[in-house]
Structure formats: C-alpha cells, structure tokens
Design a protein. Structure first.
Length: 256
C-alpha cells in the first residue's frame, strides 16, 4: 500500500504559512487598533491642552481689562474729587478749558511764597483759567485750622476771596504763632465789613469744620501730602510752584 505523505503548508501571500495566518492577522489588527487609540489619546490630550490654554489666556486678558478699567475709574474718581461743584472759584474761564486747583494751608510758608505768583497768574489769565482754592490745613501749623474756618465763614457772606487775600497778605503777622489767632481773624472780618456775629457763628458751625474735612479728604484721595499742591485739569502739577512754573503749565494746557 502506498503511504500518505504530509505535505508542507503553502506559503501565504504575506510570506507566512497558512497554519499561522489567523494569529498573525489578529496580532496586526490589535497593533493597529492600539496605534489608533494612542493617536486618538494624543489628539484628545492636545485638544484639551489647547482648550485649557485658551481659557487661561482669555482669563488673563479679562483680568488685565478689569484691572485697567478699575485703575482708570479710580483715576477718574480722584480727578472728579479734585474740584467739586461747590468748591471756591476765585476766577472762571469763559471756555472752561483750563482749571487750576490749589490745595493750601493759609499758615504754610510755602503757600505764602507761592501767593504772589498765583495772584499775578490769576490777573494775567483773567477769563482764560478757572482758579479753585481748597483747604488742606496741616496739623503742624497751630492756626491753620482757625484760618481755614475764618475763610469759610467769610465765604458765607460772599467774601471768601477777600479773606483769602487778607490772610496771605498778613501771614507774617499771625503765622507761626502758638497762641490762638481767632481774634486777629475777627479783626480781618471787621475790616472786610462782615457781620461779626454771623461770622463767629459760621466759624464755629460744625458744618464749617465738615467742609474743611471734605476738602482734606478729597486732597488725600488725590495724593496731596504737602502744601501747596496744584492740579491742572485734574492732573497733579509736579513742577516748581512759582509764577514761571505754573505759567508754563497753563500755556501748555491752553495750547493742547
């Protein structure tokens, strides 16, 4: 009888043998699926990363805008408080283009030194600038508060400017004294033709002290730490408090 011979397995198209073709195809399919999953994970992670980055950048941009807006609003609020509707205006500009605000202490020597230049400036620029005076009495000057009260009391009889001039023109007489100079200020009120009884009542009125405190609060909010402190159109003037220094700033503001 003839014997049957075992025939060798025929090679497959991919070089394998028909006996192992199923396992090979399964392995390759698994590898392909794994690569696809890894690719999907990389793609998903990349998308998540870029998404988070976009959120962070948007948040930072929003924070910057918020801080910038808050800063602008704070500056605007401070600028609005430099001068108020009821602040004392010694002169008024017809076009309202330039406003100078001075925070002063009637007993301050530096304010006294600046006074002549300020008066010259006010005279030369009559009708061209608005000049505003606000109180900022310093605690180291014994009669600064009394002088501010005297000026505010005079204002209630429409004589603020006259008392302002009287106090500075005579600063060397009453300034630097430790004794109460209220009687001296009453003498100025009489010279200005004020009702003395009303002057005294207004000087001692709590509302007068409150107004002075409001001036000081606004000055502090605007960054005032010493006197005299000037602001031109809401911006602090950091130059020399002289006629020449102020004139240059005013001319620049008028030309702007």
């Amino acid at each position: 009888m003839s014997k049957k011979r075992n025939r060798p397995a025929r090679p497959t198209a991919d070089g394998g043998r028909t006996g192992g073709s199923g396992a090979e195809r399964s392995r390759k399919a698994s590898d392909k699926a794994a690569k696809a999953m890894r690719a999907r994970r990389v793609s998903t992670n990349t998308k998540i990363t870029f998404g988070l980055l976009a959120i962070v950048l948007a948040g930072l941009a929003g924070l910057f805008v918020f801080v910038q807006n808050s800063s602008d609003k704070a500056r605007q609020a401070a600028g609005d408080r430099v001068v108020r509707a009821d602040s004392h205006r010694l002169t008024a500009a017809e076009d309202g283009k330039v406003t100078i605000v001075e925070f002063l202490d009637f007993e301050c020597p530096s304010c006294g030194q600046a006074f002549p230049g300020v008066e010259r400036l006010r005279q030369e620029y009559t009708g061209k600038i608005t000049y505003v005076v606000r109180n900022f009495p310093l605690t180291q000057h014994a009669n600064a508060q009394n002088a501010a009260r005297a000026a505010e009391a005079a204002a209630r009889q429409d004589k603020f400017e006259q008392m302002y001039v009287k106090l500075f023109e005579n600063q060397s007489t009453w300034g630097g004294q430790q004794q109460d100079q209220s009687v001296v200020f009453e003498g100025y009120a009489q010279q200005l033709g004020l009702d003395l009884a009303k002057f005294r009542a207004d000087r001692d009125d709590p509302g007068t002290a409150a107004r002075i405190r409001d001036d000081q609060s606004d000055g502090t909010a605007a960054g005032v730490q010493s006197t005299p402190s000037f602001f031109i159109n809401g911006q602090r003037f950091d130059g020399q408090a002289t006629y020449a220094g102020l004139k240059a700033a005013v001319d620049a503001a008028l030309a702007g």
